[in-house]
Design a binder for this molecule. Structure first.
Ligand SMILES: NC(=O)C1=CN([C@@H]2O[C@H](COP(=O)(O)OP(=O)(O)OC[C@H]3O[C@@H](n4cnc5c(N)ncnc54)[C@H](OP(=O)(O)O)[C@@H]3O)[C@@H](O)[C@H]2O)C=CC1
Ligand SMILES: O=C(CO)COP(=O)(O)O
Length: 459
């Protein structure tokens, strides 16, 4: 039977999930936490991990439910609620060392994206499973393999198993601050251009699409994104769709053991600003999904411009002659990025840098595949205007100015975003074709998307 609801899709995906055994999504389900814990971790003790915000949102019912199920509990670990917890490796170490001496003790975190990732990596480094009670529809990282954690200033997804179980109480999630719901929409909508980036990598034989994984993330995606007004207004049914869409996206990352299904060039804009520290000292800090939403507009605008190019006319000889050496790439990365980001970014950028025969082959491959790429990517994408309208409708920022990024910095981010990850996206295809700067020029020219939308109030 073909699953019809998000709940059915999650149940089906769990059948093949590598780490996650059970996910409970519903209204008034916090009191199921204890029995779920006892079922998934028989005989284990629990340590509840939360921060003051998330404990206030769901803590006591979770503690009561664990006690009612007869689960022995050690003293909870409650992080301060203010300043907002950051996804830094120091917090992972802090939690890991707190739980290390506690034998047969499993973390039950009560958390949105940040603390879930901290609990995931701290548990993973000790080879222990964990579970999470989700407090907002703010991210797709709940069910994912890997934790996005910053270490020495570089933020990237670090390998560790997904949670063994999740509880997502829709009452708690709907009552979370509206900005957390809006940010979850921003994280989810990037799966649209991220899908286009994956099609590109698939067509070039760089990272083939696994149809099963593709279906997990892309299957429920458009339905989950369908009604930003209702999501923004806090409608429970629409928030359920967003929650389930984000969980499915996490399950796709779990099935792929990679964030490829959920993260493309749009995410790379967000990661660049985050590593530059942009908005981290705001209270509340500028969230992941808010930055990803703007990155999604940027990525869709770039794809739109790319699809209008005459790729067949690209002069491969000229591109080869102008190709940068690895030393030149390193110098560019070091000039663009601060020292602590550049250190790791140089490795990714140099590894992606093609010259000579390898570059000639890549250009030929892009030319050969381009008609199929256009055919497959066109129905996948949304226009940048549509993405911006949807973000506005949900109550999320939709223009870089709104998040304090001026046009000069925004324009420069198009180049930096290509440097910080090994993942092949539209940024890399344009780089290989020697066209990235040309496309950026067109985007910011008077007729280009950003030329026509230089300020939020002119949108
Ligand atoms: N691993 C992965 O695959 C992915 C990871 N991420 C990462 O997730 C992080 C972003 O997570 P996000 O959820 O946006 O932000 P946070 O987890 O930082 O949440 C923002 C703030 O809201 C609090 N909060 C959460 N729920 C409630 C509630 N119900 N009531 C009141 N306050 C609440 C949070 O507490 P608390 O800190 O306890 O959550 C925190 O103080 C980033 O680090 C990002 O990189 C994003 C996508 C995928
Ligand atoms: O944030 C992510 C998915 O939402 C994944 O981030 P990466 O692209 O750094 O793996």
């Amino acid at each position: 039977m073909t699953p019809t609801s998000g709940t059915d899709l999650i149940a089906q995906a769990l059948g093949t999930a590598t780490d996650t055994k059970e996910i409970i999504v519903g209204t008034d389900v916090l009191d199921a936490t204890g029995e779920l814990f006892a079922r998934v971790f028989p005989g284990a003790r629990v340590i509840v991990v939360a921060d003051e915000n998330t404990f206030a949102a769901a803590g006591q019912p979770v503690v009561d439910s664990l006690a009612a199920a007869g689960v022995e509990a050690v003293e909870p670990c409650i992080f301060p609620g203010s300043p907002t917890l950051y996804a830094g490796y120091d917090n992972v170490e802090l939690l890991r060392e707190r739980i290390r001496p506690l034998e047969s003790t499993i973390v039950c975190s009560i958390a949105a994206g940040t603390l879930n990732d901290i609990a995931k990596l701290a548990s993973g480094e000790l080879g222990r499973p964990y579970m999470n009670v989700c407090t907002a529809a703010s991210v797709d990282g709940y069910a994912s393999f890997g934790a996005s954690i910053s270490k020495d200033g570089f933020k990237i997804t670090r390998d560790c198993p997904a949670p063994a179980a999740l509880v997502a109480d829709l009452g708690v999630i709907a009552a979370a601050p509206q900005r957390l719901t809006a940010t979850g929409y921003g994280d989810l909508i990037e799966k649209i251009p991220a899908g286009a980036d994956w099609i590109l990598a698939d067509e070039l034989g760089i990272e083939p699409i696994d149809p099963y994984v593709w279906g997990l993330v892309q299957g429920p995606l458009r339905q989950a994104l369908a009604d930003p007004e209702r999501i923004g207004a806090g409608d429970p049914g629409a928030i359920r769709g967003l929650t389930e869409g984000n969980i499915m996206s996490g399950l796709a990352m779990q099935a792929a053991q990679s964030s490829r299904p959920a993260s493309g060039a749009g995410h790379q804009f967000s990661h660049t600003w985050e590593m530059e520290g942009h908005g981290l000292d705001w209270e509340p800090p500028l969230s992941h999904g808010m930055k990803v939403g703007i990155g999604t507009v940027a990525s869709c605008a770039m794809w739109q411009e790319a699809l209008a190019l005459d790729i067949e006319a690209v002069d491969a000889e000229a591109v080869l002659a102008a190709a940068r050496s690895d030393e030149q790439i390193e110098a560019r990365v070091r000039a663009a990025l601060s020292e602590r980001i550049a250190q790791e970014a140089v490795g990714h950028s140099v590894a992606k840098n093609l010259q000579g025969d390898a570059l000639a082959e890549r250009i030929a491959a892009i030319k050969e595949a381009w008609p199929r790429i256009v055919e497959r990517v066109s129905p996948q994408l949304m226009s940048p205007e549509e993405v911006a309208q949807r973000l506005a409708a949900v109550g999320a920022p939709y223009h870089p100015e709104t998040i304090g990024i001026d046009m000069e910095r925004f324009r420069a981010t198009h180049l930096k975003a290509q440097m910080i990850r090994p993942r092949y996206t539209i940024l890399d295809a344009l780089t290989d074709l020697g066209l990235l700067e040309t496309v950026i020029d067109r985007l910011f020219a008077p007729q280009g998307y950003w030329g026509r939308h230089p300020h939020q109030d002119q949108d």
